[in-house]
Design a protein around this ligand. Sequence first.
Ligand code: PMP
Length: 459
Amino acid sequence: MVQTKNQTILTRSELAEIDKKHYLHPTTPPKLHYLQGPSTIFSEGKGVYLKDIEGKERIDGVSMLWNVNLGYGNEELAEAAKEQMLKLSYSSSFSGQSNEPAILLSQKVASLAPGDLNVCFFTSGGSESNDTAFKLARFYWKLKGKPERTKIISLEQSFHGVTVGATSATGIEGFQNFTTSNAPNFLKAEAHALEAELGDKNAPNYSRSIRGVIEAEGADTIAAVIVEPIQGAGGVRFPPEGYLQAVRKLCDEHGILMIADEVICGFGRTGKMFGVENYEVVPDFLCVAKGISSGYAHLGAVVMREHIREVFVKSDEMMFHGFTYSGHPMACAVGLKNLEIIERDQLVENSRIRGEELLRGLKFLESNFKHVTQVRGLGLLAGIELLKDPENGVPFDPTDHAAARYTEICMNLGLQLRSFDWKGTNTVALAPPLIITKKQVEDMINIMSDALIAFEKQV
Ligand code: PMP
C-alpha cells in the first residue's frame, strides 16, 4: 500500500495497472511488460538495502545500475540537494554564466582525475558524456584543420549509452539493431585483441582489431577510439594485461584521440579513483556519470586534457554544444558532497578491500558449485559466468536464460544482481555500493550460495 499526496491509498496491483497503461519502460520487453506489469516496485532504500512495496528487503548487490555508490538514503547528500535547491535551484551555464557548485565541482574532478585531465564539460548522464566526447573530438580536429578526421572506433560488446551517437558506438548487437539506422562514421573493432594491437600482423584477428581498422580506413580519417577500461554491460569483461596501454600507444602512433568511458568505473568502483589508473593510462577524454553523484542527481561530465582545451581556446569558434542541465547547481552540489564523502570515508580503499573479499567469496562458490566459472573482479566490480558444463566448456541453451533465472532466485532470496545473457554467455554482474561492510559481503555470498543450490535443482 502506498500513500499518495492526495491521501489515496494505492495497492500494488493498482499501481501495477497504472504502470502497464501509462509507463513505457526503458530496456524492458514492451509486450511482456504490458502483459505482466512491473516485476518489482521499489519503495524505500537505506544503505545497501532496498525495500519493495510488499516490504521485502534485499541487498542491492549491483548498486542498481552500477551507480548508487554511496547506497540509499544518504542524509548528507539529501541535505546538500535541499540546501542548494533553496539557495539557487537552477542556473544556466550558457553564454559564460556560471554557478558556485559547478565551478567547485570542475575543480574537484580535475584534482582527482589523473594526469592533466583538468577541464570539465558537464552533462546529465553517461550517454550525453560520450556523445559530447565524440563531438568535442570532431570539433578539435576541425579546429586543427583536419575536418576529415570524423570516424570513431569502438569495441564489440561495448556499451556507451542510448543516444544516437552513443548507440552507434555501442557494440552490443541488440542495442545496435533496435532501430533501422544508426549514425555514420562509427566503426567497430574486436574487443581486447591484444596481440594485434601490439602490432602482430600474424594475429588471426588482425584485420578486425583497432589497428587493422585504422590501417584499412586510413589514420587521417579517424577522430577517436573509445574504450571502457572494463566492459560493463557487455558482460563485465576485463581487458588482457597491457591492453589499455597498447591502445594508448596505438592512438599516439597515429595521433588519434583516446576516449575512456568511465561511466561505470569512475569514482572508486574498481578500487582506484578511476578505472584507467589500474592500467596507468591517461586518455584524452574521460567520460563519467553514475558514480559522480551516486545516482542522487542526473549528472555526468567529460573531463579533457589541457592540450584539447588549448586548441579550443586558441580559436574564435563558438561552443555550439550544451545541455539545459549542463552544470546544474543542485546536481553539482550533490556531486561535490558525494566526492567529499568518498574521500573522507576512504571508500576507494573500502572498494579495494571489500572487493578482495568479494572475489574470494566468488572463488569459493566456483570451487563448490558445478556451474560457476570465470570468476573475475577488481574492486567492487565483479562477474561470474554460468556454464552448463564448465569442464567441457558447454554453455546453457540460450533459451534457458540461465543468468536471468539465477538472478531471479537471488532476488527472491534477498539479493539484487544483474544478468547478461548475451550471445551464448550467461554473466552475473556484481557491483555493490562502495559503503558495503565485510559482513554484508559475506551475506551476499551466502545468498548466492543458497541460490546456487536452488538453481542446480532447476537446471
Ligand atoms: N557508458 C557506460 C559504460 C555505461 O555503463 C552506461 C550506462 N549503463 C552509459 C555509458 C550510459 O549512461 P546513461 O545511462 O547515464 O546515459
